[in-house]
Design a protein. Sequence first.
Length: 222
Amino acid sequence: MLDGEQVLIEKEDVGIYRDKKLIAITFDDGPHAVNTPELLDFLAQAQVKATFFVLGSRLEYYPDIAKRIVAEGHQIGSHTYNHKWLTRLSAEELIFELYETNRLIYSITNVRINALRPPYGDYNDDVIALSHMPIVNWSIDPEDWKYKDADRIFHAVVEDVRDGDIILLHDMYETSVEAAKMIIHHLKEEGYTFVTVDTLIRARQGETAAGEVYKHIGNLSS
Ligand code: NI
């Protein structure tokens, strides 16, 4: 691609998802040098699209992984620069946390992102007003960072899951990547289709909205 050329992500035609059970699987805190590529290999083989909320501070070290996330059709979003509690920052710090990561993602991938996952799910009116992006939290959290046990993470997710859920995992941990493989395999057999957060929102609500906070996106017709 040419330097400075903006990549226009081809929006999936969401019509094909009508009447389907949809799930968005999301990965925070990466990229990780080993586990993220391992996960990407699996997702490619499984033909599953996921969403990666990356940290600006780590992007500096792993720009090629960010490029690969985009090239393989996944959604990339911001998890801020330094992973701070956004509601505890000065306006100046908040602006840095938000804008520096967006700038970095754009400079590396040429993608203008359209999703923020605030660290700890922590946000307030200032975060909403300054981010100019949809805020994407989650509806299923197996606390994979705490348990580091693939079986336990797998069961915590699949026993609670329902249509329209957004699953939170972290591609920093080998056990989480292992759990993600089990979750994807199982839920595909249960008839779920995995989509990016952007596709999930558009399939269910027509379009994404800056300042909106998303956690679970059920089917309007159900
Ligand atoms: Ni995080």
